[in-house]
Design a protein around this ligand. Structure first.
Ligand SMILES: *Cc1c(COP(=O)(O)O)cnc(C)c1O
Length: 406
């Protein structure tokens, strides 16, 4: 048997001929990554402040993560949820340690985690309606939110660019204004089962829920017997300097969706469900073939180990202060181009006054990869272990691009 090798064929030809055209992506082929740096097939290096959309929490190929995945890959990779495995139990224990008393279900992506929360809301509604199905099923979400591309989550995502072409959608979703508690209160009726929001809206321009708003939603849920469901798929797993972004507000969720950073690049998603709702899912009511494999859980356990051993929550909190200050200074330096800087920790948005596309390209040409977000916002998502020096370097690259375009 010959040994496998890394594929080096012409990527452009392969994509043109064989890959579905659902992404509008630049002609950039990445072949290697180490820490916050990636290299393209021409040998150029880039500071990767996309982290693959907040996924590569430890940067690329962290040695501890690689060792954990290699070790598990040679031991046992997949059994499906037909059986138990120590890694899944241990990862659930660790997540409960962060989230509080409750239980965990594992899946493979953010969208799947959000679907599970939507199903949880339906079960809560059925219980609320005395066991009658279809009587209490409505979910209130936020305008400009994002909850994935499957039918449930897409129906919870009131954006034309996401929904167009796919109607009819799942019924029962309505939408309040972010940070306007009264607009949510006005939507509650006897058929409402849950409120479901991102703690920080990631896809639509990095817009955080205020503390007051989150505490108000908690109150509304308590008063009306609704579940408070928080989508922490992007803002969770240390990205804001707390393990979950809602911890900044001191609010309690009934259930949480998480995914992106959890596996550090290995696909894994999860929901945590607090004690009050954890018994809603009974055997046979939900499931997935791949969710929580021994390998995926080994990857996630390695991420949690590194976050704890390298004290990355404290690092994000400390290092993000000067970085955000330096970015914010750009608003004054280049007011014609930079409208605002928003975010928390290493989930940051630089809002420009006009179209961001030429800026994203110019940043790439100067060696900085960033993720476009909605509302003319350039999203910066550095790995959680990014050094102060690399954060400063990102500001210099952005400043150089602004100066060149001024
Ligand atoms: C990315 C994201 C999702 C969807 O996750 P996928 O892994 O892409 O399916 C859902 N909610 C939020 C807040 C996200 O940022």
């Amino acid at each position: 048997m010959s040994t496998p090798s890394i594929i080096r064929t012409n990527t452009a030809d392969l994509y043109d001929a064989h890959v579905l055209k659902n992404y509008g992506r630049p002609a950039l082929t990445l072949v290697r990554g180490r820490g916050p740096t990636v290299w393209d097939d021409q040998g150029n290096s880039y500071l990767d402040f996309t982290s693959g959309i907040a996924v590569s929490a430890l940067g690329h190929c962290h040695p501890y993560w690689v060792a954990a995945v290699q070790l598990q890959a040679g031991e046992l990779i997949h059994t499906s949820n037909l059986f138990r495995h120590p890694n899944q139990g241990e990862l659930a224990r660790r997540i409960v340690g962060y989230a509080g008393p409750g239980r965990v279900f594992f899946c493979n992506s953010g969208a799947e985690a959000d679907e599970a929360l939507i199903k949880l809301a339906r079960l809560h509604g059925m219980r609320k309606a005395g066991g009658e199905e279809g009587k209490c099923y409505k979910i209130i979400c936020a305008k400009q939110g994002f909850h994935g591309r499957m039918f449930g989550g897409m129906s919870a995502t009131p954006q034309e660019k996401i929904q167009h072409g796919f109607r009819p959608l799942v019924p029962g979703f309505s939408f309040g204004e972010l940070n306007d508690l009264q607009s949510f209160a006005d939507l509650i009726d006897g058929q409402t089962a849950a409120i479901f929001v991102e703690t920080i809206q990631g896809e639509s321009g990095v817009r955080p829920c205020t503390t007051e708003f989150l505490l108000g939603l908690r109150r509304l849920c308590d008063q009306n017997n609704l579940l408070l469901l928080l989508d922490e798929v992007q803002c969770g797993i240390g990205r804001t300097g707390k393990f979950y972004a809602f911890e900044h507000a001191g609010v309690r969720a009934d259930a949480i969706a998480m995914a992106k950073g959890l596996g550090g690049g290995f696909p894994i998603g999860a929901i945590w469900v607090g004690e009050g709702a954890a018994d809603l899912f009974q055997p046979g009511m939900h499931g997935t073939t791949f969710g929580g494999t021994p390998l995926a859980c080994a990857a996630a356990l390695a991420v949690l180990d590194v976050i704890e051993r390298e004290q990355l929550l404290a690092h994000v909190t400390q290092a993000s202060g000067p970085w955000l200050a330096a970015l914010t200074a750009l608003v004054k330096e280049y007011p014609a181009q930079v409208a605002a800087v928003r975010g928390r920790g290493f989930l940051t948005g630089v809002q420009l006054t006009g179209d961001i596309a030429p800026y994203v390209t110019a940043l790439r040409e100067r060696g900085l990869l960033v993720t476009p977000s909605g509302g003319n916002v350039i999203r910066l998502l550095p790995p959680l272990n990014t050094t102060a020096a690399d954060l400063a370097k990102s500001v210099e690259i952005i400043r150089a691009v602004l100066a060149a375009k001024a």
